[in-house]
Design a protein around this ligand. Structure first.
Ligand SMILES: Nc1ncnc2c1ncn2[C@@H]1O[C@H](COP(=O)(O)OP(=O)(O)OP(=O)(O)O)[C@@H](O)[C@H]1O
Ligand SMILES: [Mg+2]
Length: 249
């Protein structure tokens, strides 16, 4: 999975500055009408679309570099709370399907209201408030990327609902992502973690993407001293990622 040569890694790295400039320029046009003049509704719509795509590009380049670092065993532990990395993942996935939900999630500080926003969009978050707010030490960027990949698959394949479950204990955090879609046949349970592998097309569920998400997520989980597994016998598909953490004193 590692980027094969240093030029390519640098190229990806050097994309970050122009992307940041596009993103912050678009954000300024939207957020600072006093300075740059008010946008009319049509202009605002176009700039918001540009901003969303600049954010996507930023996430893509970060994700390439994070997976590459993971393959080299480089992790960056920081203190964080699960609410934040789960929120980041949900925002990224909703950005592609309904950015108004992302906006609502971004601003919501009340956990019950946060869950209600999700529930109204058929995402069921099963997590105690105390667990969501527990300080843990992990590489939250990498963990969030894993969850984003699982969620993005769940959104692609769900019939109606997605179920997210958080577990926090002394030295690990686990997140389960389940959907109510067609599931994954038993004979593919190993192969789906291979690069470029995609299951046979299921009627009504177009095959999209490149078959890279789970391979990258697996490399990230490995780097975090964790596991990523597909649960057997689940209705729909259920993946669980568990990573080691250091609990803050
Ligand atoms: N929740 C799911 N339900 C049903 N099939 C799934 C699910 N998640 C993954 N798969 C199967 O596993 C394959 C590999 O998933 P993976 O995330 O690696 O790639 P992708 O989603 O096809 O593309 P990419 O993630 O690169 O955009 C998918 O193509 C799909 O066939
Ligand atoms: Mg995927």
């Amino acid at each position: 999975m590692a980027i094969k040569n240093i030029q390519t890694a640098h190229l990806v790295h050097d994309l970050k500055n122009p992307i940041n400039i596009i993103e912050s320029g678009a954000r300024s046009l939207i957020d600072k009408p006093d300075r740059y003049g008010a946008l009319n509704a049509k202009q605002e719509k176009v700039i918001k679309r540009m901003l969303r795509n600049a954010v996507r590009l930023r996430h893509l380049t970060n994700s390439m570099l994070e997976v590459d670092m993971a393959a080299l065993g480089i992790v960056n532990h920081t203190e964080c709370i699960p609410l934040n990395f789960i929120r980041d993942s949900l925002i990224e996935v909703f950005d592609l399907v309904d950015p108004t939900v992302s906006d609502a999630l971004e601003d919501e500080i009340d956990i019950e209201k946060f869950k209600s926003i999700l529930k109204a969009h058929d995402v069921h978050l099963e997590a105690e408030s105390a667990s969501l707010m527990t300080k843990v030490t992990t590489d939250e960027t990498k963990l969030s990327l894993i969850i984003t990949n699982l969620l993005s698959n769940a959104f692609k394949y769900k019939t109606k609902s997605v179920f997210l479950k958080l577990g926090v204990d002394q030295d690990s955090v686990s997140v389960s992502v389940r959907d109510d879609g067609p599931g994954i046949p038993d004979n593919y349970h190993q192969q789906i973690f291979d690069q470029y592998f995609q299951c046979d097309k299921v009627e009504g569920f177009p095959v999209r993407g490149h078959g890279l998400g789970l391979a990258g997520a697996q490399a990230l989980a490995d780097a975090l001293g964790g596991t990523l597994s597909l649960c057997r016998g689940a209705k729909g598909a259920e993946f669980v990622v568990t990573v080691k953490t250091i609990k803050a004193a």
